[in-house]
Design a protein around this ligand. Structure first.
Ligand code: FES
Length: 352
């Protein structure tokens, strides 16, 4: 079925389009117009409309306009609902996080669905159903062709009915919350870390506790060189945030095995302490090979040379494991002489 002739449409169609036929499974062919077809080099182009200025059916277009506007208003409300759900719903438990995700997902789905359906209704029932065909011609456009393009563009803009204030304003209003939503999500990047990444909870005099039994340790408690023990700072053994940065390892060496760049006066009786947090992306460097004295990170196989300042000998880690200065307290227990002198764990932008 051919479309009704739109107001302002040309009287004649090209012969090839005079009897458009339907092909099952495809939309009916629209009336075709040929843009620039009658532009010949040097010939004056007769003034004519390429596109009708208004919709083919004014009553239907009015009804469609109201429906599309209602959908855009729905998208606006859903976008506002998304922001309200993000700000207002708690996410402190699995159930509340589920409810929050459900509300956010539903709200954003309604935004996109309402926008899409509104746009489809706009195109199908308010814009004229006309195909424009641009014929091939020499690549360089003539001034007449450029002028024809400009006119066609202006007429297309007019025919799109974007001038209708109700549609235009509701569409713009509908897109604003959707555009603001990603900005709201930036809040999840969290507060600026400040100097948080540069320090751990180790302080001068903090005892080293054996991870697990949480008992202090004396240098003499090592039964033999080659042992590696995971240690945590006294007072923070249950503080997971603190332990994420402060967990360390101590290794006992035979006399003479430790070499530079290990800082010798940060060791006690050939016991050295390194951060356990891999300097690649922060996995625990939890494996120790006694025969080679290699500390291994199981995540991406970074390998650190324990007697030589935990230098990187293999893998993606960019720098050695930081060394914690050690000493003993009045009771002979191993304690930290200070915090680490450099940030532990993966590098970060401000580390320099
Ligand atoms: Fe240790 Fe990647 S986190 S090698």
């Amino acid at each position: 079925m051919s479309n009704p002739r739109a107001p302002g449409a040309p009287d004649e169609l090209p012969a090839a389009h005079a009897h458009p036929h339907r092909v099952i499974g495809t939309p009916p062919p629209a009336e075709a117009r040929t843009m620039l077809a009658d532009v010949d080099m040097g010939q004056a182009r007769p003034a004519r409309r390429w596109l009708p200025a208004g919709p083919p059916n004014a009553r239907l277009a009015k009804k469609a306009e109201r429906i599309a506007a209602a959908l855009f208003i729905l998208a606006t409300l859903a976008g506002i609902g998304f922001i309200a759900a993000y700000v207002g719903l708690e996410v402190g438990s699995v159930d509340s996080a589920f409810r929050s995700n459900l509300a956010l997902g539903l709200a954003m789905s309604v935004v996109f669905l309402a926008l899409a359906v509104g746009a489809v209704i706009w195109v199908r029932y308010i814009m004229p159903d006309v195909e424009l065909t641009e014929e091939r011609h020499p690549m360089a456009s003539t001034p007449e062709e450029r002028q024809a393009f400009a006119e066609t563009f202006e007429q297309g803009a007019e025919a799109s009915q974007f001038k209708r204030p109700l549609l235009r304003r509701t569409l713009i209003a509908a897109t604003l919350p959707a555009l603001a939503a990603p900005l709201v999500l930036l809040r999840d990047l969290g507060p600026l870390p400040g100097t948080y990444l540069r320090h751990t909870v180790w302080r001068k005099g903090t005892r080293l506790l054996v991870f697990g039994p949480n008992t202090p340790i004396r240098p003499g408690d090592f039964s033999s060189p080659g042992q590696m023990i995971t240690v945590v700072p006294d007072g923070y053994q249950d503080d997971m945030d603190a332990l994420a940065a402060a967990t360390s390892i101590i290794i006992k060496f035979a006399p003479g095995e430790l070499q530079p760049p290990t800082v010798m006066n940060w060791t006690v009786d050939d016991i050295v302490c390194y951060s356990k947090i891999c300097t690649h992306v922060g996995c625990p460097a939890a494996l120790y090979e006694q025969t080679t004295h290699h500390i291994l990170c199981p995540c991406h196989q970074s390998t650190f040379d324990a007697p030589r300042g935990a230098l990187v000998t293999f893998g993606p880690a960019p720098r050695p494991l930081p060394q914690l200065p050690l000493t003993t307290d009045a009771d002979g227990y191993l304690v930290a002489a200070s915090d680490f002198h450099e940030p532990v764990g993966p590098s970060f932008w401000e580390r320099g």
